[in-house]
Design a protein around this ligand. Structure first.
Ligand SMILES: Cc1ncc(COP(=O)(O)O)c(C=O)c1O
Length: 482
């Protein structure tokens, strides 16, 4: 009956025999040329995929086709509403399959992004003053602040300053020290700064031996490696997983929290309102079933559909093939960037030991502020990167070895509104579609900037506090869709 639009049919009819090597053909906007300082144009080279990936064209096509039938979900009785509800639930099953969740033990809750997913989880675990959350200094703020906002104690395992890897012994020591109060072990599946991938299965085992839930922030891993929840009795299982669509080629404001069903069955949801209830009287509320109970308000159906379609495409390419390609890119990038004199690459640098890491390169140029290096790459070479602390300030501080006293001075200066001389790094993060030629081009640009300095003068923009070229400013007018 509900045949007008079906994600499964999309999968079967489009992209048969899709390969990782085809990824660069599937990305929207790869042919865009951008203005650079001096009036010329250059092809845009996006090396900021750890922040947000571009859309895959089949994801856009799927979204476009769906729009003809898109309507309200759950409460509508018309054909389009029924169909949209069917597609929304189909998206949920696809996302569950993508991370190996099973409907009996797990629930997939669609969220705005990973940040909302982790905030929701932190609130829903009903942590109290005697509880302890063990996390790491490697975390993105989104897997750090939500735990610190709870009435429990949150402690952080150290990282090794020389290569940014997790100090597992310290994490074990924290588990022992705080036993039996540890309720949660919350770690990143991959660092958004160094690409470091901690030993996830070993950490899960430690968490479960300590009687704690194991929470994995998989935001930087789902588009790079196969991620599996594991069976509910597996000591190396993941209990809760969070991720965002916009880092896996579906930037439409969708994210997911996948987790143990029993936790969400208990008690009221963290956010209430439309969709969360079976019945309301002036004095009483009967909560809805899962997952509706946890998705307050009208859900982002398009975000869920595109997230699911991107998951299908990654699976079609094959997550093992994706991983092999990424490892190769990590090794190639390391080779290129390590060979540049005057450039320091943070994180693990030894590719011979076969260390598994994402192709994310946090770098620093001798004698050149990170903001200026990023600005020169963007304004002079048309290369998109990011600089600063990447919402992982404690980690970047460890990597840079900034002493506590100096950090306090910096924090005081920031609080007083002085945003100059803030420590940070430049991050280069190729995606699945970037080529070796593009990495070579970035290396060429870095070599030139490190050797000769930026080609023009820059000033700090008074509002967004980035460096912009003195004189001419980029003209966004002809690029804006509005
Ligand atoms: C490791 C990690 N966790 C969480 C987040 C938060 O993701 P979002 O901003 O999509 O909620 C990010 C974003 O950069 C991240 O890199």
């Amino acid at each position: 009956m509900l045949q007008a639009f079906d994600i499964e049919t999309e999968r079967r009819t489009a992209q048969r025999g899709l390969r990782v090597q085809d990824a660069h053909r599937l990305v929207a906007g790869l042919d865009v040329r951008v203005p650079v300082h001096g009036g010329a144009e250059r092809p845009y080279v996006n090396m900021d995929n750890a922040a947000t990936t571009p859309s895959l064209v089949p994801v856009l096509d799927c979204l476009n086709r769906f729009q003809r039938h898109y309507s309200s979900v759950h409460r509508g009785t018309g054909f389009k509403s029924l169909l949209s509800t069917h597609v929304f639930e189909q998206a949920r099953r696809i996302v569950a399959g993508f991370v190996g969740a099973d409907a009996e033990h797990h629930v997939v809750v669609f969220t705005r992004n990973a940040t909302q997913a982790l905030n929701k989880l932190a609130r829903r675990l009903s942590l109290t003053a005697g509880d302890v959350v063990v996390s790491t200094l490697m975390e993105h703020h989104s897997n750090m602040l939500p735990w610190r906002q709870q009435p429990c104690e949150t402690v952080f395992a150290r990282v090794r300053p020389q290569d940014g890897s997790l100090d597992e012994e310290h994490l074990e020591a924290l588990l022992r020290r705080h036993a039996p109060r540890v309720r949660v072990v919350a770690v990143t599946a991959a660092s958004n700064v160094t690409g470091e991938i901690p030993p996830i299965r070993r950490l899960a085992r430690l968490a479960h031996e300590a009687g704690a839930w194991f929470v994995l922030d998989a935001t930087q891993l789902v588009a790079h490696r196969r991620v599996e929840m594991g069976a509910p009795d597996d000591p190396e299982r993941v209990d809760f997983l969070a991720f965002s669509g916009h880092k896996m080629y579906a930037p439409f404001g969708g994210g997911a929290l996948v987790g143990r069903r029993e936790v969400f069955c208990e008690g009221p949801p963290d956010e209430t309102g439309g969709g969360t209830v079976h019945a309301v009287t002036p004095g009483e509320v009967i909560w809805n079933n899962l997952p509706e109970k946890e998705e307050a308000g009208t859900p982002n159906v398009n975000g869920a559909v595109t997230l699911a379609r991107a998951a299908q495409l990654l699976q079609q390419m094959g997550m093992d093939e994706v991983a092999a390609h990424e490892r190769e890119m990590a090794a190639y990038g390391l080779d290129q960037f390590l060979s540049i004199e005057g450039l320091r690459v943070f994180g693990r640098r030894d590719r011979r030991v076969g260390v598994d890491r994402n192709p994310i390169f946090a770098i620093e140029a001798e004698g050149l502020e990170h903001g200026l290096l990023a600005a020169a790459l963007g304004h002079e070479w048309g290369i998109g990167v990011r600089n600063g602390c990447f919402c992982a300030q404690p980690y970047v501080r460890q990597l840079l070895g900034i002493p506590t006293a100096e950090m306090s001075t910096i924090v005081r200066r920031l609080a007083a509104g002085d945003h100059t001389r803030v420590p940070g790094l430049v991050r280069i993060s190729p995606g699945l579609y970037n080529t070796r030629d593009e990495v070579d081009y970035v290396a060429e640009a870095l070599r030139a900037i490190v050797t000769h300095g930026p080609a023009c003068g820059y000033r700090l923009h008074p509002h967004h506090l980035d460096y912009v070229p003195e004189g001419d400013q980029p003209d966004f007018g002809r690029f804006s869709p509005l």
